[in-house]
Design a protein around this ligand. Structure first.
Ligand SMILES: Nc1ncnc2c1ncn2[C@@H]1O[C@H](COP(=O)(O)OP(=O)(O)OP(=O)(O)O)[C@@H](O)[C@H]1O
Length: 259
């Protein structure tokens, strides 16, 4: 059976003044694939995420999700098309509970009038109740339902990362972008996270693009990777081949631990 391409990144260039943060990068990801985007600090990985989510408009090149061209769409429209992300520096609303943070992900699916919302009646009430039920189901699925009513900032670092994943899942994505999801996690949390990512992929037919410096984590999850260096494509192919590639080792892997 032929692989279905979910994400196609075509010859992206992203210029910031005199700096070319991404310089002619192309890759594509198949449905239900877990694909790694790796490279040294400043290589352009997060910038690539911002281009894919349309937070940055690339200087040239094109991103498509299935048959839809994403480039030029507004970021909220891109979420509606099925792309969700988490952030390298966790971005949760610290003064809100875990449940409320996840409910934010449902906002696009809730339809009610201003009056209904102001009076807490009609479609507002039933939509809110339904969203809460769905959010609780996601928290249970992720394994943090017991923290639903805790303030997000009071959770451990690892659990805060899980709340970000829960919020992303609430938007029903077809493509999930994870920016350094294992950063700050201990080995047990990291291995549980890897299992969760496999499970989400299988249960939701989710396609995953992840940025990660932990090469053992990348090697566990990703069959293929794209390696960037100073914005340029350095290597694209099987993770095992990247680990043994002399140019990749010289530019990147020589400096980091991977067991
Ligand atoms: N909005 C921006 N304006 C100007 N320069 C930027 C902007 N965003 C990123 N850069 C620059 O682009 C380059 C790539 O940054 P980016 O954050 O994408 O790298 P990265 O590979 O994600 O690094 P890290 O592993 O440290 O997160 C860096 O030199 C960075 O300073």
């Amino acid at each position: 059976m032929e692989n279905k391409t979910v994400l196609n990144v075509d010859n992206i260039v992203m210029q910031f003044g005199g700096l070319r943060a991404i310089d002619g990068v192309s890759f594509s990801i198949n449905e239900a694939e877990i694909f790694g985007l790796i490279g040294p600090n400043g290589a352009g990985k997060t910038t690539m995420f911002n281009v894919i989510t349309s937070n940055y408009k690339p200087t040239s090149g094109c991103v498509s999700l299935g048959d839809i061209t994403i480039t030029g769409l507004k970021p909220n429209v891109v979420v509606n098309k099925g792309i969700a992300r988490t952030f390298q520096n966790i971005r949760l609303f610290g003064s809100m509970t875990v449940l409320e943070n996840v409910l934010i992900g449902f906002d696009r699916a809730i339809h009610y009038s201003f009056l209904e919302a102001a009076l807490h009646v009609g479609r507002f009430f039933s939509a809110e109740r339904k969203a809460k039920e769905e959010a609780m189901k996601i928290l249970e699925y992720i394994g943090i339902a017991q923290h639903a009513n805790a303030l997000a900032t009071n959770l451990s670092y690892g659990n805060q990362r899980k709340v970000e994943i829960a919020r992303a899942l609430a938007t029903s994505p077809s493509l999930l972008l994870l920016d350094e999801p294992a950063a700050g996690m201990n080995p047990k949390e990291t291995s549980e996270l890897a299992q969760l990512i496999f499970k989400m992929r299988d249960d939701f037919k989710l396609t995953v693009l992840l940025i990660e410096h932990d090469m053992s984590f990348v090697n566990t999850l990703c069959e293929r990777v794209m390696v960037l260096d100073y914005g340029k494509p350095l290597f694209s192919g099987k993770t095992q081949d990247a680990i043994n590639d002399k140019t990749v080792i010289a530019a990147y892997l020589g400096d980091i631990d991977y067991a």
